[in-house]
Design a protein around this ligand. Structure first.
Ligand code: PMP
Length: 304
């Protein structure tokens, strides 16, 4: 069975893992009313550092704000909670999961339930396996679209959004693919089940815009900033599906997958079928930054 970490932060205190419980009638269980973050902590030459924690926490409060969910802890308190729970488990490199949800306090959709807050932490290596990060994955375009813009806001990282992600990811798994890529309700390219996309054409990076029903990814932003500093042009643009088949290189990015090459889509080989030169260059720059072996001009590494 699964091995769980020893400690978790829950509603203001470090607890034993098994003690961080809630009631089965909590609002979030029935209605998807939670917001969360996924954050990575890396081992660096100067000790463990959480990558862009403040940006992740800002997005966390933004997600809560969209749903009028009061978060009874401020950013400084949650920053401390993240650091404390890593230390309580004696972890270095790990994955952090802050979550806030409407708890027990009413059964109506608009009930003002108290907000529960937790920060879990666990050890996570390469999300899709080491070979995925090295040689790339085989992806498919999902039969499921991302939500239309006037339905569920994809700019919020809310639990309910991951019903869409589950349909996309489970379909891909069932059909033997490494990941599913969704189109937006417009029919244009959106993003992966839990990752943003970058396409390479003639040495330039293209990524889908926030209007294409994506989550505004922090890894996506990191790659955009890194590329610009390396003199590589980045273009945010709507793209039709077939551009997946036409591009020179393709990769996806996100906190969990980091920067993972895609070697085929729908059985069609991308470029040579091997991670291309710009993908490799961006991977090197990205891992240099997060692992603290390259300069960090933006102060994105937050040391414990
Ligand atoms: N899109 C979706 C739907 C996601 O769940 C994630 C992972 N949080 C991303 C994109 C990538 O975002 P980030 O780089 O901030 O992890």
């Amino acid at each position: 069975s699964m091995q769980y970490p020893e400690k978790i932060w829950h509603n203001g205190a470090i607890k034993n893992w098994a003690e961080a419980t809630t009631h089965v009638m909590a609002h979030a269980i029935h209605y998807g009313s939670s917001v969360f973050e996924g954050v990575r902590c890396y081992d660096t030459p100067n000790g463990p550092a959480i990558f862009r924690l403040q940006d992740h926490l800002k997005r966390f409060y933004t997600s809560a704000h969209i749903y009028d969910m009061p978060v009874p802890f401020d950013r400084a308190q949650l920053t401390q909670a993240c650091k404390d729970v890593i230390r309580a488990n004696n972890f270095g490199k790990c994955y952090l999961r802050p979550v806030a949800f409407r708890g027990l306090g009413g059964f109506g959709l608009s009930a003002d339930c108290p907000t529960d807050v937790a920060v879990a932490v666990w050890q996570m290596g390469e999300y899709l396996g080491q070979s995925a990060t090295d040689t790339g994955i085989d992806a498919m375009v999902s039969s499921w679209n991302r939500p239309a813009p006037n339905t569920i806001p994809t700019g919020a990282k809310a639990g309910g959004n991951y019903l869409s992600g589950q349909l996309i990811a489970r379909e891909a798994r069932r059909l033997g693919f490494g990941e599913g890529i969704a189109l937006a309700s417009t029919g244009l390219l959106s993003e992966g089940a839990g990752e943003n996309l970058f396409l390479v054409f003639d040495g330039k990076l293209y990524t889908t815009p926030v209007s294409a029903a994506i989550l505004n990814g922090i890894t996506r932003n990191t790659i955009m900033v890194l590329a610009k500093s390396m003199g590589i042009e980045v273009i945010e643009q709507d793209l039709p599906r077939e551009y997946l088949y036409l591009c020179d290189e393709l990769f996806m990015c996100g906190t969990a997958v980091e920067l993972t090459p895609i070697r085929s889509v729908d059985g069609k080989k991308i470029g040579s079928g091997e991670p291309g030169p710009l993908t490799r260059k961006m991977r090197e720059a990205f891992f240099g930054l997060v692992k603290g072996t390259a300069p960090d001009p933006h102060g994105w590494l937050e040391y414990l």
